[in-house]
Design a protein. Structure first.
Length: 117
């Protein structure tokens, strides 16, 4: 399961990059785009960092950070969608995948918190 999460996070980062590269963004929207790119790629980066953790506590912390980044990513995606009235198939995919990653990470964090050790 852990390997699958890493794979999905990586692909999500790639799809986010492709989506952002496919559009022309004005100066104001670039502020949101940068925030989105940072938070979207942070999800996978923290999941990868967790893999090499030196302790279970550190592993859990990286997953908690990944979850926060996933929630933040949903915020930026929705802000771009609603603020710029975007109705795009790629954006819809990103919103759905970000929501699914958020749910997966939330369950993982809950399980890690409940586990002893």
């Amino acid at each position: 399961m852990e390997k699958e999460i890493r794979r999905r996070c990586y692909l999500f980062s790639l799809e986010t990059i492709k989506f952002l590269k496919s559009r022309q963004w004005d100066q104001l929207s670039m502020i949101l785009v940068r925030q989105l790119l940072r938070s979207a790629t942070s999800i996978g980066a923290n999941v990868v960092e967790a893999k090499n953790s030196s302790s279970r506590l550190e592993f859990k912390r990286f997953y908690e950070i990944a979850l926060k980044s996933a929630n933040e990513t949903l915020y930026w995606l929705n802000l771009l969608k609603d603020g710029y009235e975007l109705n795009d198939e790629n954006l819809s995919f990103l919103l759905k995948e970000a929501d699914e990653l958020t749910r997966i990470l939330a369950v993982s964090v809950l399980k890690l918190k409940q586990a002893k050790g």
